[in-house]
Every structure is written in C-alpha cells, then in structure tokens.
Ligand binder design. Structure first.
Ligand code: GRF
Length: 198
C-alpha cells in the first residue's frame, strides 16, 4: 500500500475527499498532512481523521530552505507519493525534480488552458462554454506537467467566479481520488515528460 502525504494551505476539501476515498477502500494510506499555514482548515480535517500533521511556516525562509525542510519531513515520514491539494507555494525546481513522478497537483481548469491564478474569472471573461479540473504530474514549470485525469463542467450564462468555482470543486472531489488511485496502483507513470498509462 503506497504511503501518501497531502500538502495543504487552506480549507482542504480535496484532502477531505481523499480521506473519504481511503475510508471506502482506496489503495493508499495518507500518512501525513503537511501545511505551510498554521491553523489551516486542512490540518483540522487531518487531525479529526487521526492522520499525523506537520506545519512548516514559510515566512522568512528562502524557497530552497523551505523546500529542504519539506523534503526532510516527507522523507522522515517515508512517503511514496505527494499530493498538492490547495498548496499555495511554488516549489523549487530541485524539489520538483527530486519528487518527479511521485508528486501530483490538482488545478481548477482544463489544462493546458488557464494555468496560474484567477482561473474562473478568466474562463468567464473569455466566454468559454466549459471548464473543469485537471490532476497532473508536477514538473518545474508551473501547472505544466502531463495530465493524469480531467473532468469538465459547463460554464453557465451569468456565472460568477464563485459559482463556477463551486461547480468545478464538486468534480475535483471525484477526480482527485480517482487520479491518485491510478498512481497508487502503478497504472500511470511519468516517462520522458509524458503520462504513460497501463
Ligand atoms: C482547489 O480548487 C484546487 O483545484 C486548487 O485549490 C483549491 C483547493 O481547495 N488548487 P481545497 O483546499 O481542497 O478545498
């Protein structure tokens, strides 16, 4: 059974979905929840589920120093896989390379469209008819790694960024456990910059 760490900075609803899937028999064990934010909602969720938590404040540290602490905590916990779930820190190239193929993220757009921030507002401004969410391998370039799984939702006329975000979030909660399951069962791997299935 693969041991997983989940990294959160906020409320952790995706973490909640990963925990629920584990309870329902998903083939992974969340061994550690890590945050850069003291008091993040995701930490409380983890504690309630009996999962070990660890906070590494980023204030006053260089990116490399923070990432070195993060790396040490992950290695001390002996985890196989790392899931970013609303983790609001850009990771250094060195960290991304060290965990290549074992590090995944969920992003609330149909990548490669709408990388970065303000995703839902930009999707609405552009008049898109659909949006969605993507789980992808993390590579040094932001939101650019190969996609493992995607789910789409319609954009409705008159949508606000908040309404669209809520619709996307709902599918995230099914998508992330499904994608993690593929990785945990070795049904997808990162090879030469591609996600290879089977
Ligand atoms: C999600 O929309 C995810 O796609 C993005 O950050 C948000 C995290 O939400 N990366 P939550 O903390 O999991 O509720």
């Amino acid at each position: 059974m693969k041991k997983v760490a989940v990294l959160v900075s906020g409320r952790g609803s995706n973490l909640g979905a990963l925990i629920a899937a584990q309870r329902n028999g998903a083939p992974y064990e969340i061994a550690l929840v890590l945050s850069n934010i003291e008091g993040a909602g995701g930490l409380a969720r983890a504690e309630a589920a009996g999962i070990a938590t660890h906070t590494i404040p980023h204030m006053g540290k260089s990116r490399e120093a923070f990432d070195a602490e993060l790396d040490a905590a992950l290695r001390a916990a002996n985890v196989d896989l790392v899931c970013l779930a609303g983790f609001m820190r850009i990771l250094s190239d060195g960290f991304a390379r060290a965990w290549e193929g074992k590090l995944i993220n969920i992003h609330p757009s149909l990548l490669p469209a709408y990388k970065g921030t303000r995703v839902h507002a930009r999707v609405i401004e552009a008049g898109e008819a659909q949006s969605g969410a993507s789980v992808h391998f993390v590579v040094p370039e932001l939101d650019a790694g190969p996609v493992i799984a995607q789910a789409s939702v319609p954009v409705h006329p008159g949508d606000t960024p908040e309404a669209l975000a809520a619709r996307v979030l709902e599918v995230e909660h099914t998508l992330y456990p499904a994608a993690l399951r593929l990785l945990a069962e070795d049904k997808v791997r990162l090879e030469k910059g591609l996600a290879i299935f089977g």
